[in-house]
Design a protein around this ligand. Sequence first.
Ligand SMILES: Nc1ncnc2c1ncn2[C@@H]1O[C@H](COP(=O)(O)OP(=O)(O)OP(=O)(O)O)[C@@H](O)[C@H]1O
Ligand SMILES: [Mg+2]
Length: 263
Amino acid sequence: MAVLEAIALAKFYGSVPAVREVTFRLEPGQVLGYLGPNGSGKSTTVKVLTGLLQPTRGQVLFEGQDIQSDLVSYRKRLGYVPEEANLYPFLTGEEYLEMIGTLRAMSPTRMKTKIGSLLELFSLFPHRHVSLGSYSKGMRQRILLIAALMDNPDVLILDEPLSGLDVTSVLIFKNLIQAFSARGKAVFYCSHILEVVERVCSQLLILRKGQVNARKGVARKPSSAQRGTPSKNSRGRHHDIHDLVRDLRDVSVFHELQEDAFQ
Ligand SMILES: Nc1ncnc2c1ncn2[C@@H]1O[C@H](COP(=O)(O)OP(=O)(O)OP(=O)(O)O)[C@@H](O)[C@H]1O
Ligand SMILES: [Mg+2]
């Protein structure tokens, strides 16, 4: 069964159509890339998929059930990185994540472990007591990624998640997405940059003026560390991730942190 399914989704702002007749199925373990130029309706689709906006027509199903019938339970299973977020500037990075964990009803112990390991993974641990108002754009984006990942969601919905990220964070993020899908989780990945999406996605939808213009399956391009590695199963891919980050940080630390990210 599809984890997430959009059926003839349409969203109008007044009489202006932003999304028209969008249909797709997202299966467990799939990463769906949703591509389109500025103004083509990507963020509008995302807002409907997360339940922030009601569709004008059509339906969004999560595990076969309309998301509007139980938004609270749906959101508990969802990780969402918005295109723009108003982070509270007076909270520190750690306080913000604790607020998110509390809203998601995570246990204090698990929350503390997850926040610590994800802050470490995205190199924000030394900045955890600094207020968000003093964070750079890339640091704020990393906090949003951590907030989306910290409760081990079953579906990730990402709206331009790499905006402002440096090379190291992009690499860590891409590896996490691959590890995430290898664990049977589903990702809806929205971007206007084909190059990055192509590398992580198994299915591509190209949007134009609110309508799906093209769709195709993608044979995932092997990363430099995966080239020459015959194993394609989830375990093999998991080991490739270690190869990829070997030059960036201590492997054993990364291994521990990444395992923590999926608890
Ligand atoms: N709140 C709103 N009220 C009215 N029109 C809107 C609103 N939000 C978006 N639109 C319009 O809907 C269309 C799709 O916008 P959307 O933000 O979904 O595009 P996008 O593909 O995410 O673009 P970008 O790549 O720039 O982020 C655009 O024509 C936009 O002007
Ligand atoms: Mg957008």
